[in-house]
Design a protein around this ligand. Sequence first.
Ligand SMILES: [Fe+2]
Length: 182
Amino acid sequence: MSELKIYSESGGMNPLRHYTVYSQIRDALHDIGVRFERWETRAEKLLPGVDEEVVLDLYRDQMEKLMAEEGYKAFDAISVGPDHPDKEALRKQFLREHTHPDEEVRFFVEGRGLFTLHHNNLVYDVLCEAGDVLIIPPGARHWFDMGNNPEVITIRLFNNPDGWVAHYTGSPIADHFSRFVN
Ligand SMILES: [Fe+2]
């Protein structure tokens, strides 16, 4: 089940607010300029860790339609399973607070992951599962945790054909919020 927990940026294990109902998650994220949506996933089951070309082939028609409608210029896929040889390095790379000059669109097609936004003095942990979509505005601080035993496939859509450029903030805050246990 998808959920949103909102914490003080100073840490602490107890969330200030906790939502599990889709409309409440959507509205709380809307307040900070983030769109939370649900998109249709394919009936074909994909195992996290499957070759990314397989993911792209399965979703190509749906993504091309979206690009035509919304003006996105490119898309790619990230597929990481528990046997991924670089899973620790990848986890560390994603667990660094950063921003992008462009919108970030992330569509979860299989598995789960914890996507975190840092807005003003608050930290928004969004536990995402298949079908969830986050659309993050330019400049929003964020990071992603896929845990020690990653099982996640996401598709990313780009406004910029070169993909997103990540600007790392240098803040260690994500170290205190790497809480995704799987
Ligand atoms: Fe990002």
